[in-house]
Design a binder for this molecule. Structure first.
Ligand SMILES: NC(=O)c1ccc[n+]([C@@H]2O[C@H](COP(=O)([O-])OP(=O)(O)OC[C@H]3O[C@@H](n4cnc5c(N)ncnc54)[C@H](O)[C@@H]3O)[C@@H](O)[C@H]2O)c1
Length: 312
């Protein structure tokens, strides 16, 4: 994570002006493709090359020299690049935000907050009185907790092997926390009078068959499993009797950016924060200077941060 401040702009830029405060969205949204124009900006066609960092015009903005002296292009992660003090980005990747908001908090709504919050509110379609289970309480999962609560869930059950993560989820309002998914399943059966969870959200660091099976087995009739965490492309992650899906009308769906619309939801979430209805300050466990980046990675691996932010 990093703070990104005021913009400068080149020819053809119409969405922002010099001095605007912006949040960089990891999903670009052009506003005009089939998906953007039907309210599904998270699926914007421009996202196709975002993981490789190629800009919409087919060029790259980062360049380097190979050991044998050749000039080479490098993709900026999600068309943004990370850990640079300055970057050239597409206007479709930036969302203008209210100037009075602190940028070291606003930065959180470029990825983790909308992805987790939207996994519950949009992809999971959590309703008042629902029972929700969330596997994995990192920067994404903790915001799924916030989303589920804001949608009115009665019970929010979390599963994470790390005590600090479970405790943080409880502080954010989760109702129950478990290390063991079987214990979580049994509690949910008890809480729901045998019906199972309405929504399960998978936000673990690396999704595998075991956690997906736990999620499908814990939702009840008409339940939805949302897979937000990324899986290795080399492994199958779904192995479940289709008859359960058919007879119990279960839905399994993936989501990118929590199925949120960057141009609407980034501003919306920040205004919820401004109104005291969304926690952002509490998400930041540690801040780092750019020189401390390796410590930030180590803390991420050690599970000691909910979110780390680099301050320039
Ligand atoms: N779909 C999207 O749009 C999107 C966007 C950003 C990140 N992601 C993905 O979401 C996932 C989570 O990201 P993050 O930043 O929150 O990661 P993180 O590393 O901060 O948190 C992951 C958490 O999962 C827990 N965990 C690991 N295995 C578990 C298991 N089997 N059961 C329960 N908990 C388990 C870890 O202890 C950790 O607390 C990653 O796969 C990331 O790539 C998806």
């Amino acid at each position: 994570m990093k703070t990104r401040a005021a913009v400068m702009y080149g020819p053809g830029v119409t969405k922002v002006q010099p001095g605007d405060h912006v949040v960089c969205s990891f999903v670009p949204a052009c506003g005009t493709c089939r998906y953007c124009s039907t309210g599904r900006q998270s699926l914007c066609d421009m996202g196709a090359n975002a993981l490789f960092g190629m800009m919409p015009d087919g060029t790259f903005r980062f360049h380097g020299t190979t050991p044998d002296g050749r000039l080479e292009d490098f993709g900026g992660m999600c068309m943004l690049g990370t850990f640079a003090e300055r970057a050239t980005v597409s206007q479709h990747s930036v969302v203008k935000v209210d100037y009075w908001l602190p940028l070291d908090r606003a930065v959180l709504v470029g990825c983790g907050v909308p992805t987790g919050w939207g996994s519950a509110v949009y992809a999971g379609d959590v309703r008042v009185g629902d029972t929700v289970v969330i596997y994995g309480i990192g920067g994404i999962g903790i915001n799924a907790v916030q989303g589920a609560l804001s949608a009115g869930a009665k019970y929010v059950v979390v599963v994470d092997p790390i005590e600090f993560k479970r405790d943080t989820a409880l502080k954010f309002g989760a109702t129950h926390a478990f290390t063991d998914p079987v214990a979580a399943h049994d509690k949910i059966v008890e809480l729901s009078w045998g019906q199972g969870a309405d929504t399960a959200i998978v936000t673990v660091g690396t999704v595998d068959e075991t956690v997906v099976s736990s999620a499908i087995g814990t939702v009840g009739k008409g339940g939805t499993v949302v897979i937000t965490g990324m899986a290795s492309p080399e492994h199958l992650t779904l192995h479940w009797p289709g008859i359960d899906l058919t007879l119990n009308e279960k839905t399994i769906k993936g989501t990118i950016f929590g199925s949120a619309n960057p141009h609407h939801d980034i501003v919306r979430l920040l205004r919820l924060y401004d109104a005291g209805q969304l926690k952002l300050d509490e998400l930041v466990t540690t801040t780092y200077s750019l020189h401390e980046i390796n410590q930030g990675y180590q803390d991420l691996r050690d599970g000691t941060n909910i979110r780390g932010v680099i301050l320039f």
